[in-house]
Design a protein around this ligand. Structure first.
Ligand SMILES: *Cc1c(COP(=O)(O)O)cnc(C)c1O
Length: 382
């Protein structure tokens, strides 16, 4: 009996392993890096690591990786041009928690603020606004997914007596559009709004924003208040993770002490994954700034290749400045399923993540050609 159970177990695990292996190699539409190797860290899975509390404060629970967490926060704070004496942050469960944390911080400072965000924002932005019960105003975007600054001006002017909270895209989910902080600040000035909070959602592009040329204004040197990235996207992590960074001076205004752990309740969740800081620390130690930059440059090369190959078979496509996301008109359902392509409003995309190679692009292009032949035989799909 026991033996039988064991074999069934074993078989299910083997099936799962094969499935995951097979699917992992055919992800062109979601920004998930899978080129990591954390085997050196496997022995740490024997610990129940929990980074509960504020990583920058002492905590009475000590099975933690908060020292490494602080190093990771410091690494990105420096990439985002934060004042070395005025930054704070923590490693979250991912981009959605990042946005919730950014908007929660803003609401604590300005309880009657209005949140402005582009209609291309990730669904976690309106969701956070809903959870926090904040007032908000959705701004139109252009074809490329960037905020329409004229629409912003109209909507901001209509609410100019309220504090203005911005959740700006630095790499929108579908087209990797980047809302320009400089342009938003000009609109703020024009409308005469004096109390503002600028949160940057850099889920994907935040990881390489510092290397984009020509530079797009998005960091602390441009006057933002908080910024974040999803660490399982460009950096790569076996489990979802995010990095949230704001100013220490902002955090200090919103702190609540938490007696049960002798620390501060400055994070959205209580218990926090203590392994992801270890994985991210390992990644930045191995890559360094130079390695991260090269990782981005490698993606740009595949992006250019992808554009060229699509154009060669007559498919029109677009890439936003500095982006690694190639977007074009939706392909057939078969291709969408096979390559796990996200499709919204008739537009689909390939995200040229670090694990996407020219061979992947070639295989996809082959499929498109084949697909079009099939569609021709069956008559055009309208
Ligand atoms: C992916 C994404 C998020 C959400 O990140 P999760 O880690 O999946 O919660 C937020 N914003 C943008 C722009 C994203 O692309």
């Amino acid at each position: 009996m026991e033996n039988l159970t064991l074999t069934m177990y074993d078989q299910q695990l083997r099936v799962l392993n094969d499935q995951l292996n097979n699917y992992r190699d055919k992800v062109l539409g979601y920004p998930i890096s899978s080129d990591f190797d954390f085997s050196e860290l496997y022995s740490f899975l024997k610990f129940s690591i929990n980074n509960i509390g504020d990583p920058f404060e002492d905590c009475n629970y000590r099975v933690q990786t908060t020292n490494l967490e602080k190093e990771v926060i410091g690494f990105f704070a420096s990439l985002f041009n934060a004042d070395p004496n005025d930054y704070w942050g923590y490693i979250t469960n991912g981009g959605s928690e990042n946005n919730l944390c950014g908007l929660h911080t803003a609401r604590k400072l300005y309880p009657n603020g209005v949140v402005y965000y582009a209609d291309a924002a990730h669904y976690s932005v309106p969701k956070s606004i809903d959870i926090l019960n904040m007032k908000s105003s959705e701004i139109a975007t252009d074809f490329y997914g960037e905020m329409d600054y004229q629409d912003l001006e109209i909507k901001l002017a209509a609410n100019k007596d309220y504090p203005a909270i911005f959740s700006l895209n630095f790499g929108s989910t579908m087209t990797e559009a980047k809302d320009n902080v400089e342009k938003v600040k000009k609109v703020i000035q024009k409308c005469g709004v004096t109390t503002t909070y600028i949160h940057i959602d850099g889920a994907l592009s935040g990881s390489y924003g510092a290397f984009i040329e020509p530079r797009i204004p998005f960091d602390f040197s441009d006057g933002i208040d908080s910024i974040c990235l999803s660490a399982h996207k460009f950096l790569g992590s076996p489990m979802p993770a995010g990095v949230f960074i704001t100013k220490k001076s902002i955090r200090n205004k919103t702190l609540r002490p938490m007696e049960v752990i002798d620390s501060y309740d400055s994070t959205v969740t209580g218990s926090r994954n203590g392994h992801t800081p270890l994985f991210l620390w390992y990644t930045i130690k191995k890559m360094g700034v130079e390695g991260l930059k090269n990782r981005y440059l490698g993606c740009l090369e595949v992006t250019n290749y992808c554009v060229k190959q699509l154009n060669e078979i007559g498919i029109e496509c677009w890439v936003n400045p500095g982006g690694i996301t190639v977007f074009f008109r939706a392909v057939s359902m078969e291709l969408k399923k096979k390559w796990q392509l996200a499709t919204v409003a008739g537009i689909t995309h390939i995200i040229c993540m670090p694990n996407v190679t020219k061979q992947h692009i070639d295989a996809f292009i082959k499929d498109v050609i084949l697909d079009e032949k099939i569609q021709c035989v069956n008559g055009p799909i309208l």
